[in-house]
Write a protein that binds this ligand. Structure first.
Ligand SMILES: [Fe+2]
Ligand SMILES: [Fe+2]
Length: 191
């Protein structure tokens, strides 16, 4: 199994979350303010799944292991990846501030969409670099023991950070938010 399979799968779920954020930005550009409950659930996804879980897995397990294979943590290019995590944290914190002002202050929607556009760009470019450079490199250089130990560490940490149900809870949350946004009725094969 590839050492980075879990991280690459996370990216697919994160991209679905970014797709939803993009739809929210489009709606706001058209003058709509999505329901607060909807925005709160999307915020929960980016806070819990992207920042506290996925980025933490990379910072605490993935990049330290890469360090022993020629990517010093505090030098480019690994250093740049950690700074992009921090940039995402700052942008996201500012977005959350604007969410609380959306129905109270003129200009909050415009401020939110400007921040969200930056967040979308930074996180998408970041994940592209990881998928096409760092994850591929790791899969080439890590030996079998390292691959299985990193996978085990990811899974252990997943349960600690996200609790019982782990990543599945968040892909279900994204599925639920997609159905709410697009009004898609899922049909079960064979029924
Ligand atoms: Fe990352
Ligand atoms: Fe990542």
């Amino acid at each position: 199994m590839k050492a980075t399979r879990v991280l690459a799968e996370d990216h697919k779920v994160i991209e679905r979350g970014l797709g939803l954020l993009e739809q929210v930005v489009g709606a706001m550009d058209d003058g709509e303010i999505p329901a607060r409950d909807y925005l709160d659930q999307l915020v929960r996804f980016f806070k819990d799944f992207v920042d506290e879980y996925h980025h933490a897995q990379e910072e605490q397990i993935f990049f330290p292991l890469l360090e022993s294979h020629g990517f010093p943590r505090h030098r480019e290019p690994a250093d740049g990846m950690l700074r992009e995590h921090e940039r995402c944290r700052v942008l996201f914190g500012e977005m959350v501030d604007q969410v609380s002002k959306l129905t109270k202050e003129d200009g909050a929607a415009a401020a939110f969409t400007a921040l969200a556009r930056q967040y979308l760009t930074v996180l998408r470019e970041h994940m592209f670099k990881e998928d096409n450079l760092f994850y591929q490199y790791a899969d080439e250089v890590l030996n079998a023991d390292e691959r299985s130990s990193i996978t085990r560490a990811f899974l252990d940490k997943e349960e600690v950070i996200l609790g019982h149900g782990g990543r599945g809870i968040y892909s279900d949350l994204i599925g639920d938010l997609e159905r709410q946004l697009f009004g898609v009725k899922l049909t079960v094969a064979g029924r």
